[in-house]
Design a protein around this ligand. Structure first.
Ligand code: PMP
Length: 392
């Protein structure tokens, strides 16, 4: 049975052209850019070209891009690097309640080191409350870190409006654009963003590579010290195959974005409408229109997202519970809690993230099996009202 992958936010396959361009850098082109002979020059040139490729995806200049091991590192560098470097100006940091753990945990760490942190709430669609941003920011604020679009509920944030508020107090704006990049156009100059994190795999590039855009003139210090690579901000021998691969992935994403996003949006809407129309007591999580083209997050009353995933898995479909519910904590996703869902509704949520390989027949297949799966699970759930079982 051929599997249907509808969990692109967890993992994407690498684009064949990306694999092809990476290959020589594992063997014949293995130079280290820090060396002064010709292979070193070749490697240096490859990185500089790659910088250009990534920069053009977000409207940046190539000297404003540095490569990292992924968006976790980019987020850490942006948040910790800016906070420490600007501590003489202030010690207040702002973020939101729907950030990725690679933003939340560095902020928590800084909180323990004496910084003050404020988390802006979101409304029931997951949109950051601009009025609270205005009330929370003050002359002591040095950095705001917000997500461009949330990969779990799909909501796209009002970045330009947030940027205006943040800059009115001369603070820096860092944006985690991992989920948004390659799906919706991003222009760091138009949005006036100071720092922006990217992850290669989310663009169909290799895992373990990322980038941080740092606007020229931004005061930041490294979090890793060593041989001084990447302008001293990210020491360590560069991952040349990964960097070259990420740039190629960014270039392909830029080129295909309009068509691919239009295609996915249509599939997304068919899936959403198909589910909501055929399954009673199912509801869309996240914003109905300001939404990533590939995101479908639905909550089903009276059942668990995990049971749905396992049932779908047995029928050849990969999806996600849409929760950061780790086996360690069993806590439902903080994002779903932040949009106001009670525990049981957050647990009953299912996330499909569409991507390059998905076609209409995949959506039709899911729509053909899901009502039966939901019905079966509701039948064995003690929470399901009898009337609903009789109804469906
Ligand atoms: N931010 C967001 C929104 C993410 O979804 C992820 C995971 N892809 C990360 C940061 C961390 O990225 P990476 O796995 O490249 O460290």
């Amino acid at each position: 049975m051929q599997r249907i992958h509808l969990d692109h936010s967890s993992s994407k396959s690498i684009h064949p052209q990306v694999i092809k361009i990476m290959m020589p850098y594992f063997s014949q082109k293995h130079g280290n850019p820090s060396t002064i002979y010709s292979q070193g020059h070749e490697a240096k040139e490859a990185i500089e070209d790659a910088r250009e490729g990534v920069a053009s995806l977000i409207g940046a200049k190539s000297n404003e891009i540095i490569f990292t091991s992924g968006a976790t590192e980019s987020n850490n560098l942006a948040i910790r690097g800016v906070s420490y470097r600007n501590r003489t100006k202030g010690d207040h940091l702002i973020s939101s309640t729907i950030e990725h753990m690679s933003v939340i945990n560095p902020l928590k760490y800084l909180g323990k080191k004496g910084f003050k942190t404020s988390y802006i709430p979101v409304d029931r669609y997951g949109t950051i409350d601009l009025e609270v941003v205005k009330k929370t920011i003050d002359n002591n604020t040095i950095l705001a870190s917000v997500i461009y679009a949330n990969g779990e509920i799909g909501t796209i944030e009002p970045i330009r409006e947030i940027s205006e508020i943040v800059h009115s107090k001369n603070a820096y704006l860092h944006v985690d654009a991992v989920a948004a990049a390659g799906q919706i156009p991003i222009d760091v100059k138009k949005d006036n963003i100071d720092l922006l994190s990217l992850s290669s795999n989310d663009l169909y590039g290799p895992k373990g590579v990322g980038a941080l855009y740092i606007k020229e003139g931004t005061r930041i210090q490294p979090i890793i010290y060593g041989g001084g690579q990447e302008k001293g901000l990210r020491s360590g021998s560069e991952n040349i195959p990964g960097i070259v691969g990420m740039a190629k992935a960014a270039e392909i994403s830029s080129r295909n974005m309009n068509n691919e996003s239009r295609r996915l949006r249509a599939l997304r809407d068919n899936l959403i409408t198909g589910i909501l129309d055929t399954i009673k007591e199912s509801y869309l999580n996240g914003h109905p229109t300001m939404r990533l083209p590939n995101n479908v997050n639905i909550r089903f009353k009276y059942i668990e997202g995990e049971s749905l995933i396992l049932s779908l898995d047995m029928e050849g479909v990969s999806a996600s519970s849409g929760s950061a519910c780790t086996s360690k904590t069993l806590e439902p996703s903080h994002v779903l809690r932040a949009i106001g869902l009670p525990h049981e509704d957050a647990h009953g949520s299912l996330l499909f993230t569409l991507g390059s390989g998905n076609e209409e027949e995949d959506i039709n297949y899911v729509l053909s099996i899901l009502p039966r799966i939901v019905k079966k699970l509701r039948k064995i759930s003690p929470l399901t009202p009898k009337s609903l079982l009789e109804d469906t």
